[in-house]
Write a protein that binds this ligand. Structure first.
Ligand code: UDP
Length: 237
């Protein structure tokens, strides 16, 4: 088997990816399939950290638009990511993959607090680290958390799992003629508002030269292919 391309990757999963065919919450079959894929990538010897979103359960911005205090709503959003992280941990450990949930908001009964050196040590020991509670701060997103943590743990790439095959010039769900980029620059993403990640997350990656691969997480085998260096989705760099 060819050596994997990467030694350490950060996988960003949006909460939406976990919904599956449902309208809300976590689809057990989706989380099972993603966790088996993570397990396969671990078997290649790649170290993996996961940042998980919460939009399938709660979004701070939507709740604040409906009248809730934004900071409170954002903390609720961060709690939603913790629920997803625990579900992911459960699914991974059922497959024999050793994991640690590391939370940016201290919740010591169910997750470790975030300590960078400790998280890196887990990765070195082959454990899958699941980062929960985003950055721990309101007004941010889990995309920004993914960029920040990727930098902190020295990940070589962010794999941003979505429901579409990459970055398109227009919305492929709406426009059948939408064209997918194989490569796109950070600046183009920002200027053309291509909705890969929010601007804070993209500019953090840009300033630190961290590539982002946007790909379809619903297609089995994609994470493994990327880990092996095969071209999948769109590379933002
Ligand atoms: N959130 C936050 N700070 C963070 C990360 C997340 O306040 O650092 C809150 C925010 O309210 C957000 C919610 O958590 O709406 C869920 O995260 P996000 O929307 O990024 O999840 P995703 O879109 O990836 O499912």
């Amino acid at each position: 088997m060819a050596a994997p391309k990467y030694k350490r990757i950060l996988l960003k999963l949006s909460g939406e990816a976990l919904i599956g065919e449902q309208e809300y919450g976590i689809d057990p079959s989706i989380i099972a399939s993603i966790s088996s894929e993570i397990g396969n990538v671990r078997k290649l010897g790649v170290e993996i950290a996961v940042v998980i979103g919460g939009g399938n359960i709660f979004r701070g911005l939507s709740a604040s638009e409906a009248g809730m205090d934004r900071t409170t709503a954002d903390y609720m959003g961060m709690l939603a990511t913790v629920m997803n992280a625990l579900a992911m941990q459960d699914a991974l450990e059922k497959r024999g993959v050793v994991t640690r949930v590391v939370s940016a908001i201290e919740m010591k009964e169910l997750a470790e607090p975030y300590i960078r050196r400790r998280a890196v040590r887990h990765l070195e020991k082959g454990r899958v680290v699941i980062f929960a509670a985003g950055t721990g701060n309101p007004y941010f997103t889990t995309d920004t958390a993914a960029s920040l943590r990727a930098m902190e743990i020295d990940a070589e790439v962010i794999l941003k799992g979505t429901k579409v095959d990459g970055v398109y010039d227009t919305d492929p769900m709406v426009n059948a003629g939408a064209r997918r980029y194989a490569n796109v620059s950070y600046m183009e993403v920002i200027q053309k508002e291509l909705r890969v990640m929010d601007t804070t997350a993209i500019s953090l990656c840009m300033e630190n030269n961290l590539p982002i691969i946007v790909f379809n997480i619903m297609k089995r085998g994609n994470v493994e292919k990327i880990a092996q260096g095969k071209r999948v989705g769109t590379t933002v760099g």
